[in-house]
Design a protein around this ligand. Structure first.
Ligand SMILES: Nc1ncnc2c1ncn2[C@@H]1O[C@H](COP(=O)(O)OP(=O)(O)O)[C@@H](O)[C@H]1O
Ligand SMILES: [Mg+2]
Length: 280
């Protein structure tokens, strides 16, 4: 059974704008899934269907095999934690600590458990020292971390991040990448994120859905997706610079290996060229 599955999911906004067309999506346990697409592709709309904010106009959304109902919606929202694109929409308490405690308090946990969860979440996202600050006075990147901590404190099994790197500086992006990967490795959390920044995808995802105008136009592993540069360009995306460079070198007859992440490229190039040197 998949943690999240959509079957022929269609969603039409009031005013007759159909933003999602017959989407079939699955999130197996412990997967790291990227949904990539340019602005207006439908990523945020799709994510809002994952925890019942939007109800399908037709088709279905299944959480652990069950449709979302009035009866199970609280359970679903405990299970699927969503961090929205705009952190300001998600932060409203007078201090960071209170803000992160909001979700666990609503779960009616005892005070000691709430305190423990809040501080664990702040520690995980690396903002313990901000606990007593006023959220609205923080920088964009700090607010984003507060929003993530608030969702993590609910201990969801699936973490959904809508454009998590938007507005972050380069260090913020690289911290976020390590953070997402550690959630998946250490806690077995399933992570789904959206982005139009293709350079991020290979570092974080095992599986990719490519979205355009409310449809999935391709899905597959990172390798399968980035071997289709024409398709990506046709939906206003690009191939990340690393595979683009390696593939261009290959076309020019330079015998370089293909790789998608910095570490893989470095390892493969060292292997290729240090062996050649040894032979020479
Ligand atoms: N509240 C709304 N009412 C009507 N149309 C909307 C609304 N929100 C988004 N849309 C439309 O739905 C489509 C998908 O939007 P969205 O899910 O926000 O895309 P993305 O997150 O990929 O940028 C766009 O065409 C957008 O204009
Ligand atoms: Mg969006």
């Amino acid at each position: 059974m998949h943690l999240i599955e959509t079957r022929e999911l269609t969603y039409t906004y009031p005013g007759n704008v159909t933003a999602l067309h017959n989407l079939n999506f699955v999130a197996p346990r412990n997967a790291r899934i990227a949904v990539i697409g340019s602005n207006g592709a439908g990523k945020s709309t799709l994510f809002k269907c994952f925890n019942g904010i939007f109800k399908p106009s037709s088709g279905s959304v299944l959480i652990r095999g069950e449709p979302i109902t009035k009866e199970n919606i609280r359970e679903v929202r405990k299970f699927v934690g969503i961090v929205f694109q705009n952190a300001d929409d998600q932060i409203f308490s007078p201090t960071v600590e209170q803000d992160v405690a909001f979700g666990p308090t609503n779960l009616r946990l005892d005070e000691e458990t709430i305190h423990h969860r809040v501080h664990e979440a702040l520690r995980l996202v690396g903002i313990e020292e901000l606990a007593h600050r006023v959220p609205h006075h923080l920088s964009g990147g700090e607010k984003k971390r507060v929003a993530i901590a608030g969702v993590i404190a609910m201990e969801p099994e699936v973490l959904v991040l809508d454009e998590p790197t938007a507005g972050l500086d380069p260090q913020g992006v690289s911290d976020l990448i390590s953070f997402i990967n550690s959630l998946s490795k250490k806690f077995g959390m399933t992570v789904i994120f959206s982005t139009h920044d293709v350079s991020l995808v290979a570092e974080v995802a095992d599986y990719v859905y490519v979205m355009n105008k409310g449809c999935f136009v391709a899905e597959g592993t990172v390798e399968e997706i980035f071997l289709q540069p024409d398709l990506l360009r046709s939906v206003r995306l690009d191939v990340p610079v690393l595979p683009k460079l390696l593939s261009s070198l290959q076309k020019k007859g330079v015998p370089v290996p293909m790789a998608y992440t910095f570490e893989d490229a470095e390892r493969a190039l060292v292997e290729t060229y240090s062996t050649k040197k040894d032979l020479a």
